[in-house]
Design a protein around this ligand. Sequence first.
Ligand code: UD1
Length: 418
Amino acid sequence: MAQYIITPQNPISGTVSISGSKNAALPILAAGLLSRGESVFTNVPSVSDVHSMCHLLSSMGATCTPLCENQVTVSLSSDVRRKTAPLELVGKLRASFLILGPLLARWGKVRLPLPGGCQIGARPIDLHLKGFSAMGAKIRQGHGYVEAVCDRLKGCNIYLDFPSVGATENLMLAACLADGTTVIENAAAEPEIIDLSRCLTAMGAEISGAGSDTVRIVGKKELSPCTHSIIPDRIETGTFLTLAAASHGDLTLTNVHPAHSKPVLAKLEEMGFLVEMGEDMLHIAPCERFRAVDIKTLPHPGFPTDMQAQFMALLSVADGTGLVVETVFENRFMQVSELLRMGAKIKIDGRTAVIDGSRRLSGARVRATDLRAGAALVIAAVAAQGETVIDDIEHLERGYADFEKKLQSIGASVRKTE
Ligand code: UD1
């Protein structure tokens, strides 16, 4: 397993260009399955989750060009039907389940291995399946597989018990080719949902309400290919802002969508940071002393769970005591034991963590247990005294494009060893 070796240097400074959003790219690549012709997706980030999704699409019979210069093309001729997806690909990537909606709508029958649970929680798929059942699909589960069968999906009203991002996306994808109108209530409202809706609309779908809690989709007989540019990654944006904040850095981010980062920007400002905003630019100025704040993760537009771990690293070096409440996933404090090894003072009680700030973190050997926990360790390492060795950085490569190069370009001393 590869490692990062990080040695603190001068405060980071410079400019980073933010890549396309991983979480927007994955459902949009799955949307490519909805038409026969070739859709072209640009600003696609070169991260391992995207590469895995491209392999998965190809394994199901789609034509998917390898990611080149941040561009991917996807098409699916109806004639090629693969019975099931390779277990190792589905196990790698939870978003693999997003191919169920489009393939069920196109083929009327799909069998997929259940996506594995991951470190941050059980991550069931019951909301996806309830939605497909409501649309008329017969669902069978057994031996680690789920099979969905239907003649043609029928539009209907679906109320989600929780505004699940993945379930909203999967049902939107399927509903585009259903017979009649589907209304998803208590839908997720993340920016990635709006981007998916924009892409599907460009393919000829009729969708309203994306970005609100009620999404309405009028089904069509078929969709056409499109060209679509993926939105900037708001979590990569937040990660670099937090890194700069923790290391008293002076950082400019380009190719961003500042409105998507509002919950993170509001917390940074509450801590005392000055963040300047342009149309597609953000600049964070150095701040010697900054105060602790409380954070509660919530579905959008609340504070994103994907930024919780990075903020915990920042709170470890803030003045005072901060509370972090994780309401979205039941087991998302994997970074805590590693931050403790670096001198952080954190106590956990259920879904609440109390972070006693004002710590001088010290370098240690730690392990990236998942993508965002790994990002938190990079932030802590850049702010710490002494050398930090982070094991298992493959997790970081799932979601951060050219991370090491971007970090080096702003003065962080990061070395990768295999
Ligand atoms: C997506 C993001 C992930 C982010 C998460 C929440 C992608 C590829 N990943 O994941 O980075 O952390 O949104 O913003 O976009 N749930 C159920 N039943 C279901 C589905 C979900 O109980 O059928 C629960 C989950 O266990 C979790 C909560 O709903 O507790 C939120 O999950 P969901 O919004 O579905 O997350 P993902 O789409 O998997």
